[in-house]
Ligand binder design. Structure first.
Ligand SMILES: O=P(O)(O)OC[C@@]1(O)O[C@H](CO)[C@@H](O)[C@@H]1O
Ligand SMILES: [Mn+2]
Length: 436
């Protein structure tokens, strides 16, 4: 029986997890506390003394959470009213049962404790009276899109020109543009506010589709060809091809994902695309349904014609059913995806009827491979540990010290080039379980 490597954790001061738990998470939480502190005045104006007290109570609970993290307190079971509470407590108890030391912020698996911070924030807000649905990251997510508008305009113009010029039966050209839009969506993942601890991290390359050649050398694993061949194969075999996109960040990354979706649907490379957001505020910039709605209405009122036209087209697609949004609490559990069949068997079954699932971003990658300390030349399939409902592909910029599927010796060479190669977002993978 194969024994798995240990989970990444902040136990080791040299780990990226340690820096995250020690510095970045408290910094992110401090920003949340500041944002909630500003709500005290507005809650008082809207709801009187009750509102003021309610917001002060939220700030107090979040400050206590920050102190628990910074002083490495033991993790305790959740006792709030959110419906996934039992699933969280089950995982915590399983960890406690299999380890002698008490589970604390710096000793429990990094994946659990980092997700747990965001789940605790959601629990505190849900326990309030007037801030139940408040998203402390909403303003940062909106700012991040507004500061990327040059790139949004250029990308929308590029998509428009491709739709105008490429024939639907010109497979060679379509493949080239598929690879381009897949890579634009991949690099859109750099715009992530968790890695920047909430500091501005918008798209600063104004023409992302013209920058791809220069970035190619940073793609360490590239299954684009296999993904393309799979799509063509499914097109030939089936009269309806379904692709699912498990989303990551709002803002520019979400825009690049929707551009990829529109390209696939316009050229009949897919007939229906389902997108999967988060259900609670998550890792600062992760997208939830209200972020998508805000972005589409913001872009529809944009004066730049190609942008407003594209946004209107996307809204039509959600109406005509060629695009669907599907919510599920599973995405904000701490579970690695190899547990999906156990904890959300209906979701696993649902994905089994998809032709391809694209997973965006680093946290989804960490969950795909279980956030375990794998040797870097471990095969992706092995690291998935039987999570394989269908063909899947991870589009991920590296922002955590876990990566598999590299050639023997490749990691050593990369470390010589750049010590931070696994965590600075400069490198990326397009990694898949597809064997064409
Ligand atoms: O999933 P994303 O948005 O690409 O990245 C999430 C992230 O910024 O947060 C974690 C560290 O705090 C890492 O998984 C990664 O660095
Ligand atoms: Mn994210």
């Amino acid at each position: 029986m194969e024994t798995n490597p240990s989970p990444l954790s902040a136990k080791h001061e040299s780990s990226f997890a340690y820096g995250t738990v020690k510095d970045r998470m408290p910094r992110i939480l401090t920003k949340v506390i500041d944002v909630c502190h500003k709500q005290i005045q507005s809650s008082k104006e809207c709801f009187g003394e009750d509102g003021r007290k309610d917001a002060i109570d939220v700030v107090g609970k979040l400050s206590q959470l920050r102190s628990e993290i910074m002083t490495d307190k033991p993790l305790f079971a959740l006792d709030d009213q959110l419906k996934d509470k039992e699933a969280w407590n089950k995982r915590l108890q399983q960890y406690r049962d299999s380890n002698d030391s008490p589970a604390s912020w710096f000793t429990a698996p990094w994946l659990y404790v980092e997700c747990f911070m965001y789940r605790r924030i959601a629990g505190v807000l849900n326990s309030s009276t007037y801030l139940k649905t408040f998203d402390p990251f909403a303003e940062q997510k909106q700012q991040s899109l507004m500061q990327s508008m040059t790139a949004v305009e250029n990308l929308a113009t590029f998509l428009h020109s491709v739709k105008q010029s490429v024939k639907v039966n010109d497979t060679a050209m379509l493949k080239q543009f598929f690879v381009d839009f897949l890579q634009v969506s991949l690099w859109g993942n750099k715009c992530d506010l968790s890695i920047s601890a909430g500091e501005e991290n918008s798209q600063n390359v104004s023409e992302p589709h013209k920058n791809l050649e220069a970035l190619k050398k940073f793609i360490l694993i590239d299954y684009s060809n296999d993904v393309w061949n799979l799509i063509l194969k499914q097109k030939k075999r089936k009269d309806q091809v379904r692709i699912d996109v498990v989303l990551d960040n709002a803002g520019f990354e979400l825009f690049t994902d929707l551009v990829l979706c529109e390209f696939l649907l316009f050229f009949n490379l897919a007939d229906v695309i389902i997108i999967h957001p988060k259900c609670i505020p998550w890792f600062v910039s992760d997208v939830n349904a209200s972020d998508l709605n805000w972005m589409l209405s913001y872009l529809s009122s944009c004066s730049f014609e190609e942008v407003s036209q594209l946004s209107t087209k996307l809204q039509e697609r959600f109406k005509d059913g060629s695009m669907l949004l599907m919510k599920n609490d599973f995405w904000t559990l701490p579970d690695p995806f190899c547990l999906m069949n156990e904890s959300s068997s209906e979701l696993y079954k649902y994905f089994s009827s998809s032709d391809l699932v694209l997973f965006k971003g680093d946290l989804n990658y960490r969950k795909l491979v279980g956030d375990l300390d794998w040797p870097h030349d471990t095969s992706f399939k092995m690291a998935l540990r039987h999570f394989s409902p269908t063909s899947l592909c991870s589009l991920r910029t590296l922002k955590a010290d876990v990566v598999v599927g590299l050639k023997p010796g490749q990691a050593k060479l990369l470390a010589k080039e750049c010590k931070e190669w696994m965590v600075n977002g400069q490198y990326a993978v397009i990694e898949s379980n597809i064997i064409c």
